[in-house]
Design a protein around this ligand. Sequence first.
Ligand code: NAD
Length: 292
Amino acid sequence: MSLTRIGVIGAGTMGSGIAHVCASAGLHVTLIDVSAEALKRGLAAVDDILQRQVRKARICETERAATLARVTTTVDYADLAEADLVIEAATENLELKLRILRQIEEVAGSDTVIATNTSSISITQLAAILQRPARFIGLHFFNPVPAMKLLELIRGLQTDDRTHALVDEFATRIGKTPINVDNAPGFVVNRILIPMLNEAIFVLQEGLASAQDIDTGMQLGCNHPIGPLALADMIGLDTLLAIMQVLHDGFADPKYRPARLLKDLVSAGHLGRKSGRGFYPYASALRGNSNE
Ligand code: NAD
């Protein structure tokens, strides 16, 4: 058996990207959200990616239309009855995710694999509310989904080998490279990346170097494509703080304490690119001075 009929819950940033990569791999996707407007936006996001691919001559117009036609949108969870794999990619909120997972299990077949794209919630904890926790797994995609090759496969304590093998094959089929990860706060990539960004903020806070010099240091000294503070602004400082708090709470280890400057910037509403100001200003041309 392989997973070919895919349900995706949530048509936001990640859900639309996941729908795109699945449909592009020839799989049939049922995309679910709470309203017709949210679904319209999600489908438009899928089409935007496809149109960009047509402009870059990566796919032709016929392929664009055929790929889009493989995505069906609905607000009705009952339409998941035939799905082999349902990927939950709704808003990051524990209560909401628990409710959605129960809803999926009510309508899905007993063999259906259920996955979550959560960035921070324990896979083992989510699995615990399911009737068939062995069929549940974390599938952590990276943003933007069409461009990022990595897929973290996160086994909860309950996940069985069959479920893992099926999603491993699915990952390869949609053109991603899977890595196997045990369930722990931050999984692997965020566990390493986010404290590194937090450390760059400590360095700035201590006045060791300017924001621009910290970023230049990591770009030219470590070959990073973007400096840590510019990346923090791109991710969103509120998101960064939330992940640091998950690591700090989850491990109860002071090495994960968020930098005071990060907390201050979030309190001030300086959230990075999305608010027009973080370590750099974004309203006009990007200037590299944290004091601006
Ligand atoms: P988003 O806000 O862009 O989209 C969330 C969508 O879920 C919205 O369209 C919302 O209407 C929908 N939704 C809410 N309740 C629902 C319900 N009951 N049924 C169906 N749909 C519902 O969020 P996002 O950035 O796409 O994040 C989604 C998930 O992916 C989160 O768990 C997040 O932690 C995770 N994630 C995000 C990123 C990222 O960089 N954005 C990266 C990896 C993982």
